[in-house]
Design a protein around this ligand. Structure first.
Ligand SMILES: [Zn+2]
Ligand SMILES: [Zn+2]
Length: 366
């Protein structure tokens, strides 16, 4: 890419070493700009501009513009370019899943996080100690991205967006069946599905196709660019059309996807008697659906639920768990009951794009 900063060199083998194990906090430490790796000279998902950023995925709370260099998957880099323009960073370097890069005393390896297209967990190894920063992740199946991979490690850094036992997402395919049943029941009405523009919208479309729905699906303008990017990366989404310019009567019996904020504004007036749906893990909480005026709540999340978080923590074999954004307390407590060292990281600045909040800022505004 552009820029002349020295590239990190590629190395293909693991770096389990004979040297004394390092203390995890000497490898990664929470700082104002985000998680800082001093021995490697980089930050993970920095919330402020830094010299060298390593980025897990394209959601705007993790992937911000203005860094000197960015190391991320090709898809994450492309999404940042789509969102922020060509000059979003001084220089960029793409890394594939399974690829290792050596920087200073540290080896960085990327693994699929199953969250959105291109999302990665970042394994940071230094002198025999391995820490995995998982970013956002889910262990549930998603036809639009590579499945989550369990990475054995000493310290596992996990989010806790749905870190309470009440959150059990169930099967997303069943939620999509509810949507299709409603479409069949109300052929004279339009169905408006609120879904985050990056990841959730494309997943809902793919699930509709898997359920056998092959009619055109309509899109809010804010979703067109990222959705055609998914298609360009080989994600099959079928016949998609802009909702813009359609006659009101012709939208009866159809499904349109829109950013969550659009489903409650004047934009909806172009649809005949719309049924408003919202695809989010928060829809498990009925009060939240009512509050937003959602007629058809669909519990579909791109974050691990309680069972997913706890099963993943156990599967990593990590003895120490660091918990980032979300409902940290319950998860930290659960870890301790299992004899694991655990603590909240108190990082700020995350959770304001996808499901981190019920009223998120929406990226890709048209
Ligand atoms: Zn995310
Ligand atoms: Zn997040």
């Amino acid at each position: 890419m552009r820029g002349s900063s020295p590239r990190m060199t590629t190395k293909n083998h693991c770096n389990r070493s004979y040297i004394t194990d390092m203390r995890p906090q000497d490898i990664l430490l929470p700082a104002a700009a985000g998680l800082c790796c001093k021995p490697g000279g980089f930050h993970i998902d920095p919330v402020r501009p830094v010299e060298r950023a390593v980025i897990t995925h394209g959601h705007s709370d993790h992937a911000r513009p203005g860094h000197g260099t960015v190391l991320a998957t090709r898809e994450t880099l492309d999404m940042m370019r789509l969102r922020y323009g060509d000059n979003f960073a001084g220089s960029t370097q793409a890394i594939a899943y399974g690829e290792s890069i050596r920087t200073g005393d540290v080896t960085i390896k990327f693994h699929p996080a199953g969250h959105v297209l291109g999302s990665a967990q970042i394994a940071v190894s230094c002198k025999g100690t391995c820490i995995v920063a998982s970013g956002d992740y889910k262990d549930a199946p998603d036809p639009t991205c590579a499945p989550f991979e369990v990475v054995r490690c000493d310290v596992f850094i996990t989010e806790a967006t749905f870190g309470l036992p009440v959150f059990r997402h169930g099967d997303a395919a069943d939620e999509v069946k509810k949507l299709l049943a409603s479409v069949a029941l109300f052929p004279e009405r339009a169905h408006l599905v609120g879904a985050y523009s990056l990841g959730k919208a494309q997943r809902v479309i793919a699930l509709l196709r898997l359920a056998g729905y092959d009619a055109p699906i309509y899109l809010h303008g804010a979703m067109e660019a990222i959705t055609s990017y998914y298609q360009s990366r080989g994600v099959a989404l079928g016949d998609l059309r802009p909702a813009r310019g359609m006659k009101k009567a012709d939208l009866a019996g159809t499904i349109t996807l829109a950013p969550p904020s659009a489903t409650s504004d004047i934009w909806t007036r172009r649809f005949p008697d719309p049924v408003t749906a919202f695809a989010s893990g928060w829809m498990r909480v009925r009060a939240r659906a009512r509050q937003r005026g959602i007629e058809l709540p669909l519990v579909i999340s791109d974050h691990a639920d309680w069972d997913g978080l706890t099963a993943t923590i156990e599967a990593t074999g990590a003895r120490e768990i660091w918990v980032t954004h979300g409902q940290e307390d319950a998860l930290v407590h659960w870890c301790k009951t299992k004899g694991l060292a655990a603590r909240p990281l108190d990082l700020v600045g995350y959770g304001d794009e996808d499901e981190g909040d019920t009223a998120p800022a929406e990226g890709f505004a048209s």
